[in-house]
Design a protein around this ligand. Structure first.
Ligand code: PGA
Length: 245
């Protein structure tokens, strides 16, 4: 499925209630209609699970596809509180973020990410495996080792045989939601290193991306897009960001 050159993923986290999610989706849809955006840019929106089907309805027959912020690996069963990948798929979900640092902070391990990633792939969906170092690892120049340990475990026994089947989102934790994006040249080095090991993975960057800095990242060699939190919460800002990417 090589239907895009660049991917921009909006991660709405737990920031919007159902009503505001629908409102935001409608505004994005309207603005996308009015603006000309590169056809090779894939636009993904990952709303909260509660708003998932309502947002999916708004984006029906548009170029925006739905992503999930997480999912469980089983299709059905006695798993109180979990969300089925298969159900998400029925609602139009195509991408599933796994191991976001905010989920890892709540106890999601590399092993869990690995199990979920395999299930996502088995369902024909694309996992977005999030990795990134905390500040204390960066301070001791251990970022690369830290990220590769996460990747090795999260991608254990997963053989990426085709482009666009697995996305790796490099998101240094200290750059998420802080307004303090990583220096693009440093991002470039990390992307190169990841690509040299995982040749067929699509690698994207996340962490304080805004309309004004997005192109500094998307122009980097081998990068294939961006994961956007804060700047995706305002429709105008988000569409502006996509245009500048
Ligand atoms: P941010 O979030 O754009 O607000 O830094 C990115 C993310 O958490 O994926």
């Amino acid at each position: 499925m090589q239907d895009w050159e660049q991917i921009i993923i909006a991660n709405w986290k737990m920031q919007l209630n159902v009503q505001d999610s629908v409102k935001q989706a409608k505004q994005i849809k309207k603005l996308l209609d009015k603006n000309s955006i590169n056809a090779a840019t894939k636009i993904v929106v990952a709303p909260s699970f509660l708003a998932f089907s309502n947002v999916a309805e708004v984006f029906q027959n548009t170029r925006v596809v739905l992503g999930a912020q997480d999912s469980f690996e089983e299709d059905k069963g006695a798993y109180t509180g979990e969300v089925s990948l298969k159900n998400l798929q029925t609602l139009g979900c195509r991408f599933v973020s796994l191991g976001h640092s905010e989920r890892r902070a709540l106890g999601e391990t590399d092993e869990v990410v690995n199990r979920k990633a395999k299930a996502v792939i088995n369902h024909g969906l694309v996992p977005v495996i999030c990795v990134g170092e905390p500040m204390k690892e960066r301070q001791v120049h251990n970022s690369e080792d830290f990220v590769f340990r996460q990747l090795e475990k999260s991608l254990a026994d997963i053989h990426i045989k085709e482009k666009h089947k697995v996305i790796i989102a490099y998101e240094p934790i200290w750059a998420i939601g802080t307004g303090d994006a990583m220096d693009p040249s440093e991002v470039g080095k990390m992307i190169q290193t990841i690509k040299s090991r995982y040749k067929l993975a699509s690698v994207i960057y996340g962490g304080s991306i805004e309309p004004d800095n997005v192109h500094e990242f998307t122009k980097l060699k081998n990068i294939e897009g961006a994961l956007v939190g804060g700047a995706s919460l305002d429709a105008k800002t988000f569409v502006e960001l996509i245009k500048k990417a």
